[in-house]
Every structure is written in structure tokens, then in C-alpha cells.
Design a protein around this ligand. Sequence first.
Ligand code: CP
Length: 308
Amino acid sequence: MALSTKHLLGIKDLQKEDIELILQTAVQFKEVLQRPVKKVPSLRDVTVVNLFYENSTRTRISFELAEKRLSADTINFTASGSSAAKGETLLDTVNNILSMKVDMVVMRHSASGAPHFLSKHIPAAIINAGDGINEHPTQALLDAFSMQEKFGSLKGLKVAIIGDIMHSRVALSNIYLLHKMGAEVMVAGPPTLIPPYIQQAFGVKVTYQVKEALQWCDVANVLRIQLERQNQPLFSSLREYNLSFGIRREVLENLGKEIVIMHPGPINRGVELDSDVADGPFSIILHQVENGVAVRMAALYLLSPHNH
Ligand code: CP
């Protein structure tokens, strides 16, 4: 079995069968990661560059670990400290790196569409590790893997995405994926952080009341406010955001049902999630991080030169 695409630029471009193949392959790699020797030779002789033009903790380390578990050679590039600071273009940078016999590119960039642009100019397979406010496909895949592990299937699952929907590539990739896999989606947050066209364009339910979303859903995927993408804050204050939209333990305990709490990280504790929710019994946040390695191993393996 092979993916229908050469690159992983976004969930938008994937078929349902591609998503199923990545998730099934990740199940096998998760089994590898439970063994005493957590390494397989699948990408021996393959060299991968992790090209990060934006900050990252989880995604960058997760990709690097996934590459090492697959026996690939790994190079880490961060824009700060590189010749990008001297004005070198993205394409020049990548062409120089590829001339050193690099086979695959994992990239994060603040410009939406940067990996799509690159894919038209270079021969190597590209995995998008987050582009601006567009997509973060491996985050949506690891979220899906984590939900599937918990519930067995995504079909019919009710997922609320709560927070700064406007600036979130995680939200968009999750919406594409959940719809393709037959789940229902509701978005919740302040009206200023929810694009007005989202209901019509993406077929999601919309509420400005977090309690309504929590009462409706099986899973709440909670997002931070992306202040770095707002010229001026689109809400009154972090304290007021917490009072109106923050998720507290007593609200969850009074729902009369159990729901699962997810968050892609980094968490702003005391803003979108109180600590006793982030670290509490309903949270699977660290399972998401753990699953990210297996999911990224699957994506790297399926897009590697050995499979294309
Ligand atoms: N979830 C996520 O993308 O986290 P990082 O920004 O730390 O990679």
C-alpha cells in the first residue's frame, strides 16, 4: 500500500484511505516503540533535514526521535543562527541542503503555503510541520490516532475544538481530518477568534458558549490563544478569557458524563486550561505527545524514497 501523494502538505490533500494507512502504520510503529529496542532499520541510508523557521518543542523533537527510531540520518536546521538571518531565501537554503544528498524535508514556517511553494521547486518529499495559520497535518494525525486509541473509531465521534480558531493551523487540519473520517465538529470560543465564514465553509457547528460545547462533545480539543499571530489582542484580557472560556475541573465534574481533554501544546495554564484539568483524569495530553512519535514514523516511512 502507498499514499496517493508524494508530500504531506496538508490533510486537505489526503484521501480517507491515506489517513487510514498512516494511522494503521502508526499502530505498528507504536508496537515497535513499546519494545526494549525501539529502533527499526526502515530508513537506513535516508537523510532527513528538519527545517524549522518557527519555534517548536514537541514537533521538532518528535520528528527527530521518529527519524532516529527509523535509523535515518537527521540534520536539524533552525532559522535563528543560520544564513537565513543574512537574507538567504528559503529556496536557496533548501537547494544548498539538498545538494549535500539530503532525501527528505520536514519543515515549519510562519508563512502559510511555504511548503506548498517549495514542493513545486524541489524533488525531495516534504512533510509540513506547520505553516502559518494554514495546516499542521501531523498534529491532526496524532490527535486522530489518540482519539481512535481511546474510542476505537472516529466515525460519529463528537469533537469540540475550543479557543483561538481564527489563528490555529491545528484547528483547520483537525476539521479536515475529522470530516473525512465521519466525526462531527463544533468550534467554540469568543466571536472575535472564530472566523465568520467557518460554519458555511467547513460545515462545523459554532457556539460562543464553552459550556454548550462541553455538554455536546465526547472530546474537547483545547487550543491556546496565538498572541504571536495577532497584531493586537482580539479579546479583553487573559484573565477575562479564563473566566469566560477557560476550562475548570468543577465544570467537567458537573457535566454528568466523562469527556476527554486534549491540547496540542504548549499549554497556557490558567488561561485556556486550569492545571487540575491539564493534569487531571480526563486529560490525554501526554498520550498525544507520545503518539506523535509513532505517527511521524509512519508519515516518514510512507513518504520515504523506499516507498516512492
Ligand atoms: N503542537 C505543537 O506544534 O507544539 P510545538 O509548537 O512545541 O511543536
